[in-house]
Design a protein around this ligand. Structure first.
Ligand code: CU
Length: 269
């Protein structure tokens, strides 16, 4: 009888042995892995829960307001939040015109705009700052909990090691949350395996579950980290990991175009 094994199964249910599939966190890297990435405590640990907010029509279509939203198959009108923040793009490119952005347009979980107590309006350029060469651990937690959807998270500028993935071992917990993931972490119950995993730059987060990623932040720059369902990008399921200071970024080439300078002068119209 022919046995067929699925590589990296779409449902991403990988915390228990499976006869039908090989999960990415069960693979071993053919190349040596920097040992400090996988064995020592990370320098930076970032817990990122993500979810949807379902708009009520009254909040979505208020006068003098404009919201990006997605109409789901069941008719719900959705916006996405990571760490309770919905991402909006910067007004000028961070790599070449960093200081043309208003510093107040940036925010993150430790620095939320004043209106973020009503999370539906919590929108900003979600940016998490990471020191150059830090060992970083990111825990993504699926608070969407929509069955049969495992959001694929892609990081630009890096490959990462998927050192753990799964669902809560506590079967009395019906829905995972940031609070529960932090509690599992405190009790040493988040799945982490320090064998040398292959490098990835995209991984499906199991629905109602989590993944644990590790990488060494040795590539300076503002790097986009986002759900790869394209229709989740315009509704905010993204953030920027800024590694290092702008002075660490590659220099801007001489005469590099600036935002908007391709427009012909008004006098030519
Ligand atoms: Cu998504």
């Amino acid at each position: 009888m022919l046995t067929v094994l699925i590589m990296n199964p779409l449902d991403a249910m990988c915390d228990e042995p499976r006869p039908d599939a090989v999960c990415v966190n069960n693979l071993q890297s053919a190349k040596p892995v920097e040992s400090d990435v996988l064995t020592k405590d990370p320098d930076i640990s970032i817990f990122l829960p993500f979810r949807f907010h379902v708009y009520k029509p009254t909040e979505l279509f208020k006068p003098n307001s404009y919201h990006n939203y997605l109409v789901a198959f069941d008719g719900d009108h959705l916006v996405s939040l990571i760490d309770e923040i919905s991402y909006t793009g910067p007004t000028a490119p961070l790599l070449s015109q960093y200081y043309d952005n208003d510093p107040n347009s940036f925010c993150n979980g430790d620095n939320r705009p004043a209106n973020c107590d009503k999370s539906v309006d919590c929108k900003c350029v979600h940016k998490v700052d990471i020191p150059l060469n830090a060992v970083v651990e990111i825990v993504l937690i699926d608070e969407v909990q929509q069955p049969n959807i495992s959001h694929p998270f892609h990081l630009h500028g890096y490959s990462y090691h998927v050192i753990g993935m799964g669902r809560s071992p506590d079967k009395t917990i019906k829905k995972i949350s940031l609070k529960h993931a932090l509690d599992l972490n405190r009790r040493g119950l988040l799945n982490r395996n320090f064998q040398s995993h292959p490098l990835k730059d995209n991984v499906a987060v199991p629905n109602n579950g989590y993944v644990v990623l590790r990488f060494k932040a040795d590539n300076p720059g503002p790097w986009f980290f986002h759900c790869h369902f394209l229709y989740h990008i315009p509704i905010g399921m993204n953030l920027i990991l800024q590694v290092g200071e702008p002075s660490d970024f590659p220099p801007v080439p001489p005469n590099f175009p600036t935002c908007g300078n391709w427009l012909p002068p008004i006098s030519s119209f």
